[in-house]
Structure formats: structure tokens, C-alpha cells
Design a protein around this ligand. Structure first.
Ligand code: ZN
Length: 235
């Protein structure tokens, strides 16, 4: 399992189409992509999240990626399978910018935060649960977990305001910063790594609502039902 780190992609336009499901409109990419997802059993090769294929959502909101392609588009049967959040983390010059988001009223897919104590993958595992819990209908059984998820989301979101103090060159705009980061030439890569030190991606929960509803059904419901210990903790 290769854990993703935050990063930028060379072609954010194609990457955006991949993230928005555009690969399903192209027959070649669809066949190759589904082959990759099936081969990986709909399991994220970075964080280990397992989704499920269904008649309505055959891809289970998992993303087939080819790291050799500038926009990560997989056009052949070999490539990796990432969950949407791990995929969004490696293309912040798409995932924190407004361009290419269509007329989405939910805004941008996410934001940049300063958080050096958790790796991007630890954050993504948390994010998948927070998104799924907050997208679900409140029930007496879920409400305590949902309120914990709301607190986590608020705490993470607040870290966006701390970026200016911990990242040099950050001027209060995620989009400009991500674009500038993607333009740092290769020879300055070490400097780029220094800047990336405590930089992390946190998803905008509203943007991923549709996915959250699905993931709750595909993955978390069974997990919660069998995890009485967890429910006992939050009771
Ligand atoms: Zn993942």
C-alpha cells in the first residue's frame, strides 16, 4: 500500500474530468477504469478504504488512476485504485480551486489546512467517515457519532485560518497558493517539499454529500452495526 501525500497534478483540467466521473463517458477509459477498480476490489491503495460496486453506481465512487498520465487518466488496464478523497489530495491544483467545478452549488471540493501531527492518509480515513456520517439521515443511533463528526469537521476547517502563520508564501487564498505550488520548477523541488511539510487537504463535506450517502450504505453501516464498542464509547 502506497500512502498518498498532498501534491499537484500536471494537467488539472483532465484530472478534474476524471474526478467528476468524465472517464465513464469515454468507452476506452471506462473499460480500462472498471477493469482497474475490479482488479483492486474497489479498495483504495492508499488508505485501505473499501467501497462496493452496485447497479446504480458501478464504480462505487472510486477513481482509477495512472500516475504516468499528466491528468492521472487511466486509459489502459494497468493503474491504481484510489478513493475520491485520496485522489483529491494529490491534485490540490484542482481540488481547492473553483475552476472546472461546473455550476456546483456545493463549492470547491476542499481546502488547505496546516496539520503536522496527522499524515494526509490519516486525515483521509477520518474524512471518509465524517463525510459519510454527515451525509446520512440523523437517527438516534447515529446522532452522537454525527455530532462528533461535526466537531471534527469544525476543528479541521478552522485550521484553514492557521495556514498563514505556518506556511511561508501563503497569502490567504487556497486556489492561488495551490496553483503557485504547481508551478514551482523541478529544480526547486526541495523547497517545495519544505513548504508541503505541514500542508494537508481537508474535504468540503457538502461537496461530497452524494458520495457520503453511498459510502454509508456500501461500507460504514455494516461496520457500525458490528462495532458495538464504538457505539458504547459515544453513548
Ligand atoms: Zn483513500
Amino acid at each position: 500500500m502506497t500512502e498518498v501525500c498532498i501534491g499537484t497534478v500536471l494537467d488539472p483540467v483532465i484530472f478534474g474530468k476524471l474526478m467528476a466521473g468524465g472517464w465513464l463517458d469515454n468507452e476506452k477509459a471506462k473499460v480500462a477504469g472498471m477493469q482497474i477498480l475490479r482488479k483492486n476490489k474497489f479498495t483504495c491503495s492508499s488508505c485501505g478504504f473499501v467501497s462496493r460496486s452496485s447497479v446504480q453506481v458501478p464504480h462505487g465512487y472510486m477513481i482509477p488512476v495512472d500516475y504516468a498520465h499528466p491528468g492521472l487518466l487511466a486509459a489502459h488496464g494497468d493503474g491504481g485504485c484510489l478513493c475520491s478523497i485520496c485522489a483529491a489530495s494529490i491534485g490540490i491544483n484542482w481540488s481547492v480551486t473553483i475552476e472546472g467545478q461546473g455550476d456546483s452549488s456545493a463549492g470547491v471540493p476542499g481546502m488547505l489546512i496546516a496539520q503536522s501531527r496527522l499524515t494526509q492518509v490519516q486525515i483521509n480515513r477520518l474524512a471518509l467517515q465524517v463525510i459519510s456520517l454527515l451525509a446520512s439521515q440523523p437517527t438516534p443511533q447515529l446522532s452522537k457519532l454525527q455530532s462528533a463528526a461535526r466537531d471534527i469537521d469544525a476543528a479541521m476547517t478552522a485550521l484553514n485560518h492557521e495556514l498563514g502563520g505556518s506556511i511561508p508564501f501563503y497569502r490567504g487564498n487556497d486556489s492561488d497558493f495551490a496553483r503557485a505550488l504547481s508551478l514551482i520548477p523541478q529544480e526547486y523541488y526541495e523547497q517545495r517539499e519544505d513548504i508541503l511539510g505541514s500542508l494537508r487537504f481537508w474535504p468540503n463535506v457538502r461537496y461530497w454529500k452524494e458520495q457520503g450517502v453511498y459510502w454509508m450504505k456500501s461500507t460504514f453501516e455494516d461496520m457500525l452495526a458490528s462495532d458495538n464498542e464504538l457505539l458504547g464509547v459515544v453513548k
